[in-house]
Design a protein around this ligand. Structure first.
Ligand SMILES: Cc1cc2nc3c(=O)[nH]c(=O)nc-3n(C[C@H](O)[C@H](O)[C@H](O)COP(=O)(O)OP(=O)(O)OC[C@H]3O[C@@H](n4cnc5c(N)ncnc54)[C@H](O)[C@@H]3O)c2cc1C
Length: 306
């Protein structure tokens, strides 16, 4: 297997790094304090092609025939308060489990749609990203805002989660790599007993273990992504990449704090933010426990309880 990036992939990687170093890193502390990312940043991301799949214009919605009526609430929607369109899975009354789910695009100005609560800077991490609670009170949306076929929601959700989880696994590698780079820089500079602390074996062990784990998570992520490119069923591999990535990022960001000593705990260095931000990875898009259940089902077969 060839794990080297192609020239095109290298170019994308370099463009992303340059963009993040130039447009995000200098502002991230301010955005975290304010609890928002300026809209212009998303526009720049979109220009470079770094935002998710484009949504067809037809879902904009205004002035069309209304047909679907949605009722319910959903907690914890990332960027739910600033999105123009919300992707919603809704269940038809009287159905259960995998049946009767459909996917809809809800424009933010649809009658009956409300943002009921927004959390930003009081969260443990991801403070620049608003986490919103949404309510749908007899919310009416255009007939054509059903995405795909009625009743296909479960399959669509699983497909979306399978892609999203690769993104989370890649994010875990990203935050852990940032923590490792910060740790390496610091242990070369900081001196104790007349030597850089990177000379001490116990510190070297934390750096070595971090490098090992980041790479293992990266390889699991690449495997899951490659299987997706090949059109293979990658449910098991995606769950492994996400679970290990989430666990690894918590450990590596913790070691990055450890090698910084007291400075790691202070707000002076970015490692404390990496540590806080890593915590969400094992919670959203399916908790660590849910990934373990998927891995066990694939390895052991389903449980005997129906
Ligand atoms: C910052 C943030 C952003 C989010 N963004 C989004 C978003 O954009 N879109 C979205 O849809 N959701 C989003 N979420 C929601 C997130 O996906 C859920 O919070 C998460 O999936 C866990 O669900 P829960 O909070 O209901 O926990 P629960 O399901 O109540 O779980 C609580 C605990 O019980 C365990 N548990 C539950 N069921 C089982 C089981 N069968 N076996 C073993 N253990 C189990 C869980 O693993 C967990 O440890 C976000 C959450 C946060 C905090």
């Amino acid at each position: 297997m060839d794990f080297r990036l192609t020239e095109e992939q290298k170019l994308i990687q370099e463009t992303a790094r340059k963009f993040v170093d130039g447009e995000l890193v200098p502002h991230v502390r301010l955005w975290e304090e304010k609890g928002e990312i300026p809209r212009s940043f998303y526009a720049k991301m979109a220009e470079l092609g770094f935002l998710g799949a484009p949504v067809p214009e037809k879902y904009g919605g205004a002035g069309m025939d209304y047909e679907w009526v949605l009722d319910g609430q959903k907690r914890f929607i990332s960027n739910g308060s600033i999105a123009d369109l919300i992707q919603v899975y809704a269940r038809e009354p009287g159905t259960s489990r995998h049946e009767g789910l459909s996917l809809f695009m809800v424009p933010k100005d649809a009658p009956g749609f409300k943002v009921t609560h927004v959390e930003t800077t009081t969260k443990l991490g991801l403070r620049a990203s608003p986490t919103a609670d949404l309510a749908f009170e007899h919310c009416r949306i255009p007939r054509e805002n059903l995405v795909g076929k009625r009743g296909d929601g479960w399959t669509q959700a699983m497909r979306t989660l399978n892609s999203g989880r690769i993104g989370i696994a890649a994010g875990a590698v990203g935050v852990a790599r940032a923590a490792l780079e910060a740790a390496v820089k610091y242990v070369k500079q900081r001196k104790a007993f007349g030597r850089p602390i990177g000379d001490f074996q116990l510190v070297r062990e934390m750096i070595a273990q971090s490098a090992l784990e980041v790479d293992a998570a990266r390889l699991l992520t690449l495997r899951a992504a490659q299987m997706r490119d090949l059109g293979l069923d990658n449910t098991l591999e995606v769950s492994m990449a996400k679970l290990f990535g989430a666990q690894m990022a918590q450990r590596v960001t913790d070691w990055a704090i450890q090698v910084h000593g007291g400075y790691g705990f202070s707000g002076d260095f970015d490692v404390e933010r990496y540590y806080r931000d890593a915590r969400i990875l094992g919670l959203y898009e399916g908790t660590n426990e849910i990934q373990k259940l998927i891995i066990a089902d694939h390895t052991l077969g389903p449980t005997t309880k129906k």
